[in-house]
Write a protein that binds this ligand. Structure first.
Ligand code: NAD
Length: 360
């Protein structure tokens, strides 16, 4: 099989197992977009729309294939009835983004008849989603005043907090963060809500963010301790919670870690899933898989499709605790990484439902 870098689009789509990949082109508005539907066994595919200036078309295809596949596993593990999808618009958003282009994109989404729901992602705002909604009802993540679910961060942070509790339970026998030293890297939307939960539980929280005002806000609100960027990775702590950008767990950082647990909200924390998952395991560091513990965001949006209610979203997110414990046990029992065990669990759910559907 040809490797990712040299595979043709058809080969790559086959390798990744997508159901449908749609190229959208509209010369009048300059729209060039790709919608990738990875899997709809559990329900319609849902995933954000990203507007990005890719260097090559192949890079855009790779991004949308990888992200949509990730959504399949995230929604499966979250126990919600959604499949995985994602869309990208190619080009410089600051130059290309117009009402006409977004509405044209909406028509392409509508043509898929509900197989794909779009939502906000990088360079796409809630206002843009409102524009796309003029052409299709298959959108999610609308503001609360339009009956939508609004900011997903509180529910995401709650799920991450429960993931930390599950990891503590597994490692120490007690799920309580009281007295534990926790480093939160990145105190934006998710990180700051997470700090609030941890402080309430009596944890000793240390924070870092590249924006001093974000640090000042949580220090003032919760009395937590700021630490320098150079100290974050090697900080002696019980839990390290990456809540900034992905790719932070790599051969460069893993040997330096002085924590018992890594569990945070950032997406794609392992720079290379298998290699870096194995490296954490070899060091005896318990890793709460990111796509499991940060699923509160997609759970929140899913709840919107049923008529939004934050209490219900938070209740659904509570399942993250049990699923996380299950994954940690399975990883030990099967001598695999927690990341691989989470993927296996997600796949088993999809396979079991696909097994039912073949009788329909
Ligand atoms: P955000 O932009 O509100 O917060 C990110 C924070 O990280 C910012 O304050 C930023 O200054 C800081 N930051 C960036 N680089 C940093 C670095 N090197 N060191 C320290 N701080 C750094 O974003 P968010 O919505 O809180 O999302 C945080 C992470 O969680 C992202 O990886 C996102 O993809 C993921 N995530 C978010 C949600 C959600 O509901 N918002 C859901 C799932 C996953």
């Amino acid at each position: 099989m040809a490797p990712a870098a040299t595979a043709s689009p058809f080969e790559r789509i086959a390798q990744m197992g997508h159901e449908n990949v749609v190229y959208c082109h509209d010369p009048e508005t300059g729209l060039r977009a790709i919608i990738a539907i990875h899997n709809t066994v559990l329900g319609p595919s849902l995933g954000g729309l990203r507007f990005w200036h890719y260097a090559h078309e192949a890079e855009a295809l790779e991004d949308v294939l990888r992200l949509s596949r990730g959504m399949t596993f995230k929604s499966s593990l979250a126990g919600i009835h959604l499949g995985g999808g994602k869309a990208v618009i190619l080009g410089d958003a600051s130059q290309l983004k117009t009402e006409a282009l977004l509405r044209r994109f909406g028509k392409f989404v509508d043509n898929l008849g509900g197989k794909y729901y779009t939502a906000e992602d990088v360079n796409i705002s809630v206002r843009d989603i409102e524009t796309i909604r003029q052409e299709t009802r298959y959108v999610a993540g609308l503001p609360e005043e339009l009956g939508g679910s609004g900011d997903p961060s509180p529910v995401t942070a709650y799920g991450v907090y429960l993931g930390i509790r599950a990891c503590l339970k597994y490692q120490t026998g007690s799920e309580s963060p009281a007295g534990k030293r926790v480093v939160v890297q990145g105190v934006g939307k998710v990180g700051s809500y997470l700090v609030e939960h941890l402080v309430k539980d009596g944890a000793q929280v240390f924070v870092h963010d590249i924006h001093p005002e974000a640090v000042a806000a949580v220090v003032n609100a919760h009395g937590v301790t700021p630490i320098a960027e150079a100290d974050v990775v090697a900080f002696d702590c019980d839990v390290y919670a990456p809540c900034a950008l992905g790719g932070g767990l790599s051969p460069h950082t893993i040997p330096k870690l002085k924590c018992g647990i890594v569990c945070g909200g950032a997406n794609n924390q392992l720079l290379e899933e298998q290699r870096d998952g194995e490296a954490l395991k070899a060091r005896g560091i318990l890793y709460g898989p990111d796509f499991l513990v940060n699923a509160g965001g997609v759970i929140n949006v899913y709840t919107e499709l049923e008529g939004y209610n934050q209490k219900r979203a938070l209740r659904k997110a509570e399942q993250i605790y049990d699923t996380c414990l299950k994954v940690l046990h399975e990883a030990t029992d099967t001598d695999t990484t927690t990341h691989a065990a989470a993927l296996q669990l997600a796949l088993r759910r999809i396979d079991s439902i696909a097994g039912i559907q073949k009788f329909l």
